[in-house]
Design a protein. Structure first.
Length: 307
């Protein structure tokens, strides 16, 4: 995907102030507005200008763009979302694939006018937590990067440390509100709120679906045929689980209430998978040969229809 140089689109250097960005956009927008311009490519140029302005006029988006622009591969991978936006004269404008890869598809039109800087601004970010923290509840220190506009109008990302209370039973996708921890409307003014969207780090054992947890449970062929008792890990500690005789791969064994806490709590499902030992010794090979002789008419593919 081609990297778009939004500064070049507006005829600016990357050191341009926010006021210079506004002036450049207004000048070029008047020149290429489709209703007044006689240029053959006026509509396309106007859309390019609007997209560049939308990316650079918002301090948060500009900080994300500058960070992606500075990467050797210029791979757009921001890790924070935008704030609250105001009036939108370009509502419904289609963005380029590059813009959407950087900022997502949920951004509304061009943010031609940010709400008054005297107004506190809410900030949104995403945090990844351990599943055990959601199960037990925890208090954790997190580091966020937030955009800051200096006296010259330059936008930089600054690290910020926060102590966050993770409530017991928090769900993936849930937002945690930290009152007064957002962006200030103006220096020394009140700050908005910080909203943290919760995501779970990949876990070695569990998959999460709402409050339910899924665990792959490997069993031996004789355990599947004869039944067995298996020790199964859960976030609350190991438990003994009965594997019924005749279990096949894919069977779900439920441990009620052993998922994430809630009202009601979720369940933990152990998904059976039969693990076959190798025939890597004379004795094991003979054992498999004896098994084949014991079940001469067994055909595991009998359910398949001829094509």
């Amino acid at each position: 995907m081609e990297f778009k140089d939004y500064y070049a689109t507006l005829g600016l250097q990357s050191t341009a102030t926010q006021d210079e960005i506004k002036r450049a956009y207004r000048k070029l927008a008047r020149k290429f507005h489709p209703d007044v311009s006689k240029e053959a490519d006026a509509e396309a140029r106007f859309k390019e200008l609007a997209e560049a302005y939308e990316a650079l006029n918002d301090p948060e988006r500009r900080a994300a763009y500058d960070e992606a622009r500075a990467r050797p591969q210029r791979a757009p991978m921001p890790d924070f979302g935008g704030g609250d936006h105001g009036f939108d004269p370009s509502e419904g404008m289609n963005h380029s694939d590059f813009f959407e890869s950087l900022f997502g598809k949920s951004v509304r039109g061009a943010s031609f006018q940010r709400r008054a800087r005297a107004t506190p601004q809410d900030h949104h970010a995403r945090i990844l937590i351990d599943l055990e923290d959601a199960y037990h509840g925890a208090r954790r220190n997190i580091s966020l990067r937030v955009p800051v506009v200096d006296a010259q109008g330059q936008v930089t990302l600054q690290a910020r440390q926060l102590e966050v209370n993770i409530p017991k039973g928090v769900r993936e996708g849930q937002h945690l509100r930290l009152a007064g921890q957002g962006l200030a409307g103006e220096p020394g003014g009140p700050a908005g709120d910080l909203y943290l969207e919760v995501g779970f780090k990949p876990h070695a054992h569990y998959r999460v679906d709402g409050r339910d947890l899924y665990l792959d449970l490997p069993i031996a062929p004789w355990e599947a045929a004869l039944g067995a008792t298996a020790t199964v890990p859960t976030p609350g500690g190991p438990v003994q689980l009965t594997v019924p005789a005749g279990s096949s791969s894919g069977r779900k064994l439920r441990l009620k209430g052993r998922g994430l806490p809630g009202d009601p709590p979720g369940n933990l499902y152990a998904v059976v998978g039969i693990t076959v030992p190798p025939a890597d010794t004379p004795a094991s090979t003979q054992a498999y040969e004896a098994l084949a002789r014991t079940f001469p008419h067994f055909n595991p593919r009998s359910v398949l229809k001829a094509g």
